[in-house]
Design a protein around this ligand. Structure first.
Ligand code: ATP
Length: 253
């Protein structure tokens, strides 16, 4: 039994004539220590799947479970709760971070709300260090940091709860290339050191290739290919995956 599993998952937006099935009968699984990329063109359902996997969207059909139990059966707070198990980090740290709270208070809040046993100021400093920020900056506000630094703060807040699985939705898309590389390296190191499961949503196939051992390719809400990243990237079985790979812009040499 896999720890995180989506089985026959369908998600629908709206109802009646306006209903749109954004995910159709999707089955994926992930254990601690594993890494899975979700690739596919814009609108293929990657973010919808990410949100459904952490319980932010309810399934229209099928189920998401953790260790065999539906997400709804996990305790609301404390050890074993959904937020202590699964953390989703979004593309835009500006909208996910409270601009009125210092970064120290933001991380401290995640520790307290999730009932993490820790010496809060010490743990805040440690987390800032883990993501490559200066603990002396704990008293500063998000707007006083660069985009890349704000994404590091969002990662520190997610890491504060020591999740079993972290889902990163396009977290480097708005950053310039050198900062992207720093964040990707940081994520890879954290994944290796903590052993948490990692799901990476990206339209950038190089990002998925760099971080993930396995990949699911989505098209119109369905999985069209699923396998070892190396195999899928070198010898794709599905025509759509081939097109996706061929469409990756290459810099002239
Ligand atoms: N809140 C919503 N209400 C209605 N339809 C939505 C909503 N969010 C997404 N959709 C639709 O569901 C489909 C899947 O969207 P989703 O955001 O999951 O795709 P994506 O692969 O993450 O795209 P992108 O790479 O552009 O972020 C799209 O057709 C989209 O228009």
């Amino acid at each position: 039994m896999s720890e995180l599993a989506a089985t026959g998952l369908s998600v629908r937006y709206g109802s009646g004539r306006r209903a749109h099935m954004a995910l159709c009968d999707v089955t994926v699984a992930l254990n601690r220590g594993e890494s899975l990329g979700l690739a596919g063109e814009s609108g293929s359902g990657k973010s919808t799947l990410g949100k459904a996997l952490v319980g932010l969207l309810d399934p229209y059909a099928g189920e998401v479970s953790w260790a065999g139990k539906p997400l709804s059966a996990l305790p609301r707070r404390g050890p074993g709760s959904r937020s202590r198990t699964l953390q989703l980090v979004f593309q835009d740290p500006n909208s996910s971070l409270n601009q009125r709270m210092t970064v120290g208070a933001t991380i401290a809040e995640a520790l307290v709300v999730n009932q993490i046993e820790a010496d809060v100021p010490v743990e805040v400093a440690r987390l800032l260090e883990v993501v490559g920020l200066d603990p002396r900056d704990a008293g500063r506000y998000p707007y006083q940091f660069s985009g890349g630094q704000r994404q590091r703060i969002a990662l520190a807040r997610a890491l504060a709860v020591r999740p079993e699985v972290m889902i990163c939705d396009e977290i480097t898309s708005s950053l310039d290339v050198s900062v992207q590389a720093q964040i990707l390296n940081l994520l890879r190191d954290i994944h290796r050191e903590t052993g948490m499961g990692l799901i990476v949503i990206s339209h950038n196939l190089d990002v998925v290739h760099y971080l993930c051992r396995t990949v699911c390719v989505l098209r119109n809400g369905e999985i069209v290919e699923h396998g070892q990243t190396e195999q899928v990237f070198t010898d794709p079985r599905d025509e759509y995956t081939r097109e996706l790979l061929a469409a990756v812009p290459r810099l002239p040499s």
